[in-house]
Write a protein that binds this ligand. Structure first.
Ligand code: GRG
Length: 289
């Protein structure tokens, strides 16, 4: 069953995060790093591990980029929750880092998780070929930075004070950066490690990332956010355009379904070997948190 595989992979990633943070001691900033990187669905790490498995990369190597992406993801959540951004008190059902510690600790813990991500991608045990490690690290920097996640976040913040709500094209571009770029890096990591064609996985990830965000917007409407442990923003999101506000609830659900069918179709070159990645795509729109 998919959920069991996801949970088992999550435990292996959790153990590896503990392993890479073990030498860091126990200062409050390190405690905050451990706290912020615990829990979560580990979807991005799962995509790394599955894309690596598809390309016959041993998990002892793939666990490094899987850990890298979860460290970067955790950093982005810690900084996104800060008072200067979304000002959230809860994340994964628990107090956010700046609430549990303070803002300085949250900024520093996020910074250190950010750099930990690059350290893991560039780690010698990740791949014997330094040029492959350099490619993983370079593409991770691009995905996380000013042409990827940071760009998406900046566009999102700008949208809060824009005169007009975003159009569907604008919100699609924003989300391709904010959430899509890390998904794309994750899904293609195995192909990069095998020096194989990344094109089919790029297509898969583009559709999957967008469907993930649409599902997130639907969960915000349909789910009881506090109960499922999602971050609860103060009121910055009020009035902002979302896929649901632009397409309607049924329209958004249909769009997400079509995107997931397209994502699965993009995996045709891998035949039955990519069935778990197809399951991951279906999970993205059926999840409840
Ligand atoms: C601060 C540079 C910077 C970027 C932040 C990722 C992000 C950009 C903001 C998070 C805000 C948010 C709730 C975005 C919606 C999509 C999203 C990333 C949800 C959280 O991802 P999940 O559901 O989280 O994979 P878990 O807890 O399972 O790891």
């Amino acid at each position: 069953m998919f959920q069991t595989r996801l949970n088992e992979a999550a435990q292996r990633v959790e153990a590896h995060l503990s392993h890479v943070m073990a030498p860091m001691g126990d200062l409050p900033v390190v405690q905050a790093m451990r706290y912020a990187s615990a829990g979560g669905k580990r979807l991005r790490a799962f995509l790394v591990l599955e894309s690596a498995r598809l390309h016959h990369i041993p998990e002892a190597q793939a666990i490094w980029p899987a850990t890298a992406i979860e460290a970067i993801h955790a950093y982005s959540l810690v900084h996104d929750d800060l008072p200067c951004m979304d000002d959230d008190d809860l994340r994964r059902g628990l107090p956010t880092v700046h609430v549990k510690w303070d803002e300085c600790t949250a900024v520093l813990a996020g910074d250190a998780l950010h750099t930990l991500g690059f350290e893991c991608a560039a780690h010698p045990e990740c791949h014997p070929d330094p040029s492959v490690r350099a490619e993983l690290t370079l593409t991770l920097a691009r995905a996380a930075g000013g042409q990827g996640m940071v760009l998406g976040q900046a566009l999102d913040i700008a949208a809060e004070t824009a005169a007009n709500p975003l159009t569907l094209d604008e919100i699609t571009r924003l989300q391709a950066g904010k959430t899509g770029a890390l998904f794309a890096w994750s899904a293609t990591a195995g192909a990069v490690m095998a020096m194989a064609d990344t094109a089919p996985l790029k297509r898969y990830a583009a559709d999957l990332g967008l469907a993930f965000q649409i599902a997130d917007d639907i969960l915000d409407i349909e789910g009881d956010a506090a109960k499922v442990g999602k971050a609860v923003g103060k009121d910055a999101d009020a009035g902002k355009a979302t896929f649901v506000s632009l397409l309607g609830l049924e329209g958004a659900k249909n769009r997400a379904r079509v995107l997931i069918e397209d994502a699965c179709d993009a995996l045709a070159p891998y035949g039955g070997d990519a069935e778990t990645l197809r399951d991951a795509a279906r999970f993205v729109i059926s999840r409840d948190s």
